[in-house]
Structures are given as structure tokens and as C-alpha cells.
Design a protein around this ligand. Structure first.
Ligand SMILES: [Zn+2]
Ligand SMILES: [Zn+2]
Length: 326
């Protein structure tokens, strides 16, 4: 795949090498460290309220939006890159969508640590542990390759003041307690991909990154890897965090204020100084069709955590298919 970066040694195509924070020439093996990724520079927190005026739209490359006609997923690719398969459904019916004026650019990236080979190994171990009831092998069953793709993730920092009223049990009966607990929320994640956030299993993988290891965005890390265009915008992401954020704040407040009892609290929260980071984070995706249903398995490209759906009668076949690929 092209990404506009040529090898200074032989002119070949350089692509990002998972696990090495570097670009690797496909022809001669020349390697180049990507300075942003090996730096210790943290990703800048951005002010939420002024996001419209301050967010960057500079991808550091000529970007185009590619849309899948089969499942609707939108990915951002370098203009020079040939559009191949849709990483979400494997369909070849991808087309360049109308150019959009303001595609907000990420301000941070978590680079791939897990290689494709390692992803297959993780998948193999995982599918081994699923139900392996031997079933019929459908003719259309096809285990495609893993697709490496960056997906969008917003994280939020916010100062919270939580007023609570709660109850707890004592030997003498139920007691009531109320008060205020103030604390800073750090890197609360909201998946900005509708494709992945609509499924609880997939979302659990895409939420779970060591965000402190994110580095300032650089287009070099996208060499050879497409990036999904966020389908949930910044404001929508913050608004949609409500229920889960409430559960998190409630739990933190209860833990802090319980003082050895079991406190069950209702809370009301005021938010101050809301900040965000727009990160793109690595996943290995595998989608396959079986009995006219699309199954997706996703592996966290940083931690190796895996989850997804699988046809219950399919395990043995998959295992064989993976054996052939390894
Ligand atoms: Zn080279
Ligand atoms: Zn698709």
C-alpha cells in the first residue's frame, strides 16, 4: 500500500512496522524510527468548549474518505493509497466518498504493538477455548486475513463535584448519609466508531487501552494502515457517555465515601473544565460470513485483548483454517 513515503535508500515503499515504532522498507529492509512515537511527549489535552475553533484538521497528508457500499464504514486513507477491501466486512465495493471539508484530525495515536502474526496466534488460542462442537462446514465459510486499522477514540478529562445521598446497613438497621466528593476524571474513553460501539463485546476491546502511552499524532504511523473516520462526533461522544460515566462516578463516590460500610448512593454531578483527546487506536479486525451472517472478531493492537462473536458450530473449522495460515 502506498502512503507517499519512499525509502531513502532504494526508493521502495515504507510501511509502519507494528511493535517497533518505526517505518520499514518493503524492498530493502531499511528502517527508520518515528521520532514522535519514541518521544516521551504526552498527547495534549484539548479544551472541549472551544473545540470547533481549535481542533486540527491537518492530517499531515492528503487525506481522502473511502466508504464501503456494503456496510457503510468510512475510512480515511492517504490520497495516493489504492482503496482495497473494507476492513469491517471484507467487501471490495468501496468507493471514494464526497470529499469532506472538515475532517477533524486526531491529536494523538497509540501505535500498533501486536503484529499480524501475533494476532493470528491470539485468535487461535481464543477460538480453542470456545465451544468446539463439530458442525457442518458451509461452502461459503471463509477466514480472511486480519486487517490492521486505526479506530477513533475520544477520551475525556473533567473535574467532577458529586453530591450524593446514600444508605448503608448497620447492625442497628439502615443508616443514611449525604455529602460531596470532588475528584478529577482522567482519560474516560468513548468509542467514536459506530461499527464497533454498537456491539458490547467489540466495544469492550476498543475501550481498553493504556492511554498514557499515546503519543502525538503522526501520519507516518498510518503508512500501510487505514484509519476509520469517526462516525460519532465529539459532542455526541460526550453526550452519549452519560449512563456509563454516571455508573463510574457513582462507584468511585461510593468507594471513597463508604468508609468500611457498603454504601448505595444516588449522585448528582457538576462538571468543570472539560478537556478531550482525539486518539486513533490500533485494532486487528477479522470479519467472516457464515450462514449469511457476518461475524466480527477484534483484537486490541496494543494489549492483545480479544473479543467478538463466533458461530457455535464453527470452531473446529476455524482452527484448521488458522493452522493453514500460521
Ligand atoms: Zn529500501
Ligand atoms: Zn464494509
Amino acid at each position: 500500500m502506498e502512503n507517499g513515503r519512499k525509502c531513502p535508500s532504494c526508493g521502495g515503499t515504507m510501511i509502519f512496522e507494528p511493535g517497533w515504532d518505526s517505518l520499514l522498507c518493503q524492498s530493502c529492509g531499511y528502517k527508520e524510527i518515528i521520532p514522535e512515537l519514541v518521544s516521551k511527549i504526552p498527547v495534549q489535552e484539548m479544551d472541549f468548549l472551544s473545540a470547533q475553533n481549535t481542533a486540527s484538521h491537518d492530517w499531515g497528508m492528503e487525506a481522502k474518505v473511502v466508504q464501503c457500499r456494503h456496510c457503510g464504514a468510512q475510512t480515511i486513507q492517504n490520497k495516493l493509497q489504492l482503496s482495497g477491501l473494507c476492513p469491517f466486512c471484507g467487501s471490495t465495493t468501496v468507493e471514494t466518498a464526497d470529499p469532506e471539508k472538515d475532517i477533524m484530525a486526531p491529536n494523538g495515536i497509540i501505535p500498533f504493538k501486536i503484529t499480524e502474526k501475533r494476532a493470528f496466534y491470539i485468535f487461535k488460542e481464543w477460538i480453542k477455548d470456545r465451544s468446539l462442537a463439530p458442525g457442518k462446514l458451509a461452502a461459503n465459510a471463509d477466514l480472511k486475513k486480519f486487517y490492521g486499522i486505526y479506530v477513533p477514540l475520544f477520551t475525556f478529562d473533567v473535574l467532577t463535584v458529586n453530591r450524593y445521598t446514600g444508605k448503608y446497613n448497620t447492625a442497628e438497621g439502615v443508616r443514611f448519609k449525604s455529602g460531596k466528593y470532588q475528584f478529577q476524571v482522567d482519560d474516560f474513553p468513548v468509542v467514536a466508531s459506530r461499527q464497533l460501539s454498537s456491539d458490547r463485546l467489540l466495544q469492550s476491546v476498543v475501550k481498553d487501552y493504556w492511554t498514557k502511552e499515546a503519543r502525538p499524532y503522526t501520519p507516518d504511523a498510518l503508512a500501510g494502515f487505514p484509519c476509520e473516520h469517526y462516525s460519532i462526533g465529539l459532542k455526541e461522544a460526550w453526550n452519549s457517555s452519560g449512563e456509563e460515566l454516571y455508573k463510574y462516578l457513582k462507584r468511585e463516590t461510593e468507594n471513597h465515601e463508604s468508609k468500611g460500610t457498603y454504601l448505595d448512593a444516588e449522585i448528582a454531578t457538576d462538571y468543570f473544565d472539560l478537556k478531550y483527546k482525539y486518539l486513533i487506536v490500533p485494532v486487528w479486525l477479522n470479519s467472516f460470513e457464515y450462514d449469511n451472517r457476518l461475524y466480527t472478531v477484534v483484537i486490541n493492537g496494543q494489549t492483545g485483548k480479544i473479543n467478538g462473536q463466533w458461530p457455535k458450530s464453527f470452531g473446529t473449522f476455524l482452527l484448521k483454517a488458522v493452522d493453514l495460515l500460521l
